[in-house]
Design a protein around this ligand. Structure first.
Ligand SMILES: CC(C)(COP(=O)(O)OP(=O)(O)OC[C@H]1O[C@@H](n2cnc3c(N)ncnc32)[C@H](O)[C@@H]1OP(=O)(O)O)[C@@H](O)C(=O)NCCC(=O)NCCS
Length: 182
């Protein structure tokens, strides 16, 4: 499923977002990623926390790059039937230009009806901006996780994006898959 595009996606204001490249996070990106992390969160992950997470076999890091500058990053986990976003941020000066949506769309494109059909995440109850962002990306809040964090007594919302059968049919509906199924 393709997320709703901004009506002004093709205006000059948004041409930067259109040129964003999404690639694997590598060790030498860490300084820029940490700068975005610290600018974005009251309780940022440390470098050690990033590295410990990325050492896990099922953990993936990606960055969005624009003109050789890292403008966003995402850390997610692979599970048998879903992907879980663990950490995700866009540099403050690059927000509201479609970078976040592009990164989430990249993740949605990895889903398939046969295997992983869902993307899940936890978002702080005070992080209204992220809640509105994910709602706009067709995620829905499923559950309130009471006192979820060690650092504050905040609750979390458990949000989920679920691939619809119609979208998956569209994605997998090519001649080869029909041949395989026969
Ligand atoms: C959440 C975040 C990643 C969104 O990234 P972004 O690149 O600014 O998002 P986009 O430009 O792709 O926004 C897509 C749509 O989401 C919604 N949206 C995004 N930010 C919003 C905000 N601050 N308020 C209301 N709606 C918002 C809008 O509908 C927007 O479309 P529009 O700009 O055409 O109105 C970014 O705000 C961020 O890094 N926040 C701090 C870190 C964070 O909270 N991460 C998530 C942890 S769970």
């Amino acid at each position: 499923m393709e997320l709703k595009k901004r009506k002004d996606d093709f205006s000059s204001n948004n041409s930067d977002a259109l040129r964003t490249q999404i690639r694997w996070l590598i060790r030498r990106d860490m300084d820029e990623v940490l700068a975005i992390e610290r600018a974005s969160f009251e309780f940022p992950w440390t470098e050690d926390e990033f590295l410990a997470c990325l050492r896990q076999r099922n953990c993936i890091g990606t960055v969005a790059e624009l003109d050789h500058e890292i403008v966003g990053f995402m850390i997610y986990e692979l599970h048998q039937s879903m992907l879980k976003i663990l950490n995700f941020s866009v540099a403050p000066h690059m927000r509201r230009q479609g970078v976040g949506r592009q990164m989430v769309q990249r993740l949605i494109d990895k889903l398939s009806q046969q295997r992983r059909r869902e993307i899940v995440l936890e978002v702080r109850e005070t992080n209204l901006e992220a809640q509105l962002f994910f709602k706009n990306c067709d995620f829905r809040a499923l559950q309130v996780l009471r006192n979820h964090y060690d650092d504050t007594c905040e609750d979390a919302y458990y949000m989920r994006y679920c691939l619809r059968a119609a979208d998956a049919d569209f994605q997998s509906g090519n001649r080869l898959s029909e041949f395989d199924a026969a």
